[in-house]
Design a protein around this ligand. Structure first.
Ligand code: SAH
Length: 282
């Protein structure tokens, strides 16, 4: 598939308005940053001399340099993207790999290989919060436990707890893409819907008030975590474990306070760069 590559040099504070302009005016096939220049790729039929004049006028009035366009004959976006997802060694025990790179993952010799084809959802093991949760999971005795994974994304955490002996897991996510992806990843890891159930919606809507879990994992945005503290307490058995991430180190205090107020006992905290993970017991 051919593309027209449009090249710009924009000051940092103008990048957003440039991207707004481009998205409003054409369907963008891809964006690339190259040595400080922004390159937007559009289909040839979307490009015309008139469009280029508009681009020039926009650039001029916004302190952006338009460096011209170039026709590119063949570009396989999908293959390039696939190439960019590599097997991740997360811990001594665990490698996470896309299905198309298993041949590279296997020789790494980890005890567990979780297969994740990420598509548009979050949870490839490349993010600090996912890794913090995966390490927290390794510190738990999961044999025979029932686990809730709130904000399951790719399903990575739920899949790993099942590999480590949990008896069943429930993955919940509000995002339709994530739900589809978690279902695909469940199959890729040879898990049955009875072992890993996936439900789309919020906790209030899709988890009944009387459902109880031995372990709850929630790697979600801080605001959601704070809001859900009392409700999560109700879903956790006495003596159960709660693992939270998705929060920045600056937000730890607020989240810790909300969970103390909801009646959780703080167990421990771990950090990776600016991200934190908190463990509690009920
Ligand atoms: N568990 C994965 C993904 C975490 S990303 C991992 O650890 O890598 C957070 C996920 O939470 C996203 O997929 C997002 O769609 C979902 N999410 C955001 N708000 C939510 C809510 N209120 N209820 C359920 N899921 C939510």
């Amino acid at each position: 598939m051919a593309s027209i590559a449009l090249k710009f040099h924009a000051p940092l504070d103008q990048e957003e308005s440039l991207s707004g302009f481009m998205i409003m005016h054409a369907e963008i096939q891809g964006i690339e940053e190259q040595a400080g220049d922004m390159i937007y790729f559009v289909a040839p039929e979307e490009f015309s001399e008139e469009f280029e004049r508009e681009i020039e006028a926009f650039a001029e009035s916004n302190d952006i340099e338009y460096l011209g366009h170039e026709r590119i004959e063949q570009r396989d976006w999908n293959a390039e993207w696939e190439q960019s997802i590599t097997p991740q060694r997360v811990t001594e025990d665990l490698v996470i790999s896309p299905s198309w790179r298993m041949e590279e993952a296997k020789p790494l010799g980890a005890k567990y290989v979780v297969t994740i084809d990420p598509k548009m959802s979050f949870g490839t093991g490349h993010h600090e919060t996912t890794r913090l949760c995966l390490r927290a999971i390794e510190s738990l005795d999961l044999k025979g436990k029932r686990v809730l994974d709130l904000g399951t994304g790719t399903g990575v955490l739920a899949i790993y707890v099942l590999m480590r002996g949990a008896s069943s897991a429930l993955g919940v996510d509000t995002d339709e893409w994530s739900i589809q992806n978690a279902i695909e990843n469940r199959a890729l890891n040879g898990l049955a819907p009875e072992q890993l159930e996936i439900r789309q919606g919020t906790l209030e809507l899709v988890v009944a008030g009387n459902e109880r879990f031995d372990v709850i994992l929630a790697n979600i945005h801080r605001n959601v975590l704070v809001e859900l503290a009392p409700r999560l307490r109700e879903h956790l058995v006495a003596g159960g474990t709660l693992v939270l991430s998705g929060l920045l180190v600056y937000d730890v205090e607020e989240v810790q306070e909300a969970y103390a107020t909801a009646g959780f006992q703080f167990v421990r905290r771990s950090d990776e760069s600016e991200w934190a993970c908190l463990m509690f017991q009920s």
